[in-house]
Design a protein around this ligand. Structure first.
Ligand code: SOE
Length: 413
């Protein structure tokens, strides 16, 4: 058998109908999604064969290098051209939030399936328009999903099953934190994530979106109201300068050599958000999202407390789930560690023998698997754009509450 042409797969996938993927955006999330698309067909037995058809980015040289590095068959510099390609069936949006709505609406109008990174949009209005378009498109057989990848850790999927089967009983508390520290250095430049017109918000939308979705996913119910504080600790930062930005300190085109000290720009988003919330059942929640937790690199921790027991997950111990069964006799009760690597655990049938753990990147392979299976079954995948809209409404209520000195603010249904 000759070598498969680029974009074709040998072996188990041969003969499966192709699903052409087009990726827009090629930074960290673009690389992580590429990993997922590249591996999913080799790990899971899927009814469709994902093909890395094209990747798009504004810098032609950089996107061609990324295509070569990550196995994309073609490179585009205009996202509209990517959407128009006949070999693209699914558009995967990994750009900053200010372009999510425009690209998703165009992709849905062009008859494509859509995977959109979180947060779904930079505003509730955008998220509402995207949700309407996605629900219309679903009636035409086009599927849409939001990239809340932490739902696809085997341990969090197992936790969801345990809550759904009543192992915790009536839920009383959810407490969840997502802590990073990459902004502690005042000299970190004013990149896109620190500009409201591009990112929509700061730690709140970037990290807070994850923990609101994960809390609602595990609890199985929506947050109905919040009281919030947000803060921007460092209000001015150096403008990006040098060849990579193409701008000198004075903000004019330059190769970056001999720049004077960088000019400062205003940070227009939050550095941290702390908020409490109430679930529909009356359970109480606490949330913390920060980029100033010095020493914490990507520390997501969540704990649920119910009448019959508790569950706790720590992203830094991704293959483990802590479980306390409160129905056990007191003498023997206590948190025990479930090593989530058994064949019967979510996603694990496809991977390694028990005890051989997975990592952060595998959540993107699982995300790709779940989306491909939904497309093949003509079944809307979760989390849907409507789920993304619910998160966007919580984020907006947080900002509204914080602007009114933490007054309790309902989340519109
Ligand atoms: C922030 O640095 C970030 O990259 C988030 O944007 C991702 O969603 C998260 O998974 C890792 O951290």
């Amino acid at each position: 058998m000759g070598q498969p042409h680029q974009g074709e797969e040998a072996g188990a996938e041969a003969g499966k109908p192709p699903l052409g993927v087009g990726l827009i955006g090629y930074a960290f999330m673009g690389a992580a999604h590429s990993q997922g698309w590249r591996t999913v067909g080799h790990v899971f037995d899927l009814p469709l064969r994902p093909v890395l058809a094209a990747v798009c980015g504004r810098d032609g040289q950089a996107v061609r290098a990324m295509a070569d590095r990550h196995g994309w068959a073609a490179a585009e510099t205009d996202w509209r051209a990517l959407i128009a390609r006949d070999d693209v069936d699914l558009v995967d949006i990994c750009t900053p939030g200010d372009s999510h709505a425009e690209i998703a609406l165009a992709a849905l109008a062009a008859g494509k399936h859509v995977l959109c990174e979180k947060p779904l949009a930079n505003s509730v209005a955008e998220a509402e328009a995207m949700t309407r378009a996605a629900e219309d498109a679903a009636r035409r057989g086009q599927m849409s999903m939001v990239g809340f990848n932490y739902r696809r850790v085997p341990a969090t999927s197992l936790a969801r099953s345990m809550v759904a089967e009543g192992r915790l009983g009536a839920l009383r508390h959810v407490r969840v934190t997502y802590c990073q520290d990459w902004l502690v250095d005042r000299e970190f430049p004013l990149t896109w994530r620190l500009r409201r017109e591009l990112a929509g918000s700061g730690a709140l939308g970037d990290l807070g979106a994850h923990i609101v979705d994960l809390a609602q996913f595990l609890a199985g119910e929506p947050v109905t109201g919040v009281s919030a504080l947000t803060e921007t600790f460092v209000r001015e930062r150096p403008l990006p300068v040098g060849a990579s930005s193409g701008l000198s300190a004075a903000g004019v085109p330059d190769d970056g050599a001999d720049d004077p000290p960088a000019a400062l720009g205003t940070v227009t988003v939050d550095d941290a958000a702390l908020f409490t919330g109430r679930f529909a059942s009356g359970a109480l929640a606490s949330f913390e999202a920060t980029r100033f937790a010095t020493g914490r690199k990507n520390a997501l921790r969540i704990e649920l407390n119910g009448e019959r027991g508790s569950l706790a997950f720590d992203l830094e111990r991704l293959n483990e789930l802590s479980y306390h069964d409160h129905t056990e006799p007191g003498a023997y009760a206590g948190f025990r560690r479930i090593l989530v690597t058994e064949p019967g655990h979510p996603y694990l049938d496809a991977w390694w023998p028990p005890g051989h753990g997975l990592g952060y990147e595998h959540t993107f392979t699982h995300q790709a698997r779940d989306l491909v299976l939904a497309i093949a079954a003509d079944r809307p995948p979760l989390p849907s754009f409507a789920d993304g809209l619910q998160v966007q409404r919580v984020l907006a209520a947080v900002e509204e509450s914080a602007a009114k000195n933490s007054v309790y603010t309902p989340v519109p249904a």
